[in-house]
Design a binder for this molecule. Structure first.
Ligand code: AMP
Length: 128
């Protein structure tokens, strides 16, 4: 069972941003930038292109809606998207409020307090 399935099942806490029957979005715990969000299908699948085309398109649709909320909630040049999965083998879309290329290189990390995570998740969620 992946760590994201544990989050989906409520066994591990997260800073939730949005949810429906098939997807959940929550803040990345080690963010590249403030508002870095992960969009995760509830069905545990390893790689993005293991999803059926329908599941893939649904994930993109949900991610689009989360990105729109992020654009409203977090000041940035643009929201960028990446799918990696080398650390957690459960499909997830990274949505990163980006100001510079360094924000998308997954090396420069931002430290946030619990209160900052909670406030950010609430603000994004209100705009979803
Ligand atoms: P990757 O699998 O390379 O796309 O990276 C996995 C991402 O998941 C990293 O950015 C981690 O910071 C993030 N991550 C790992 N565990 C958690 C967690 N419990 N809550 C939120 N984000 C997590």
């Amino acid at each position: 069972m992946s760590i994201f399935t544990k989050i989906i099942d409520g066994e591990i806490p997260c800073y939730k941003v949005a949810e429906d029957n098939n997807f959940i979005a929550f803040l990345d715990i080690n963010p590249n930038a403030k508002g870095h969000t992960l969009v995760v299908p509830k069905k545990e699948e390893n790689k993005l292109f293991d999803l059926s085309k329908e599941e893939y398109l649904s994930l993109m649709d949900f991610s689009y809606r989360v990105a729109k909320a992020l654009e409203k909630a977090v000041d940035c040049k643009r929201v960028c998207m990446s799918v990696i999965g080398l650390e957690v083998p459960h499909v997830h879309v990274h949505l990163v409020p980006t100001n510079a290329m360094a924000d998308m290189q997954f090396t420069k990390k931002e430290k946030l307090t619990n209160e900052e995570f909670v406030a950010l998740a609430n603000k994004i969620s209100e705009n979803f």
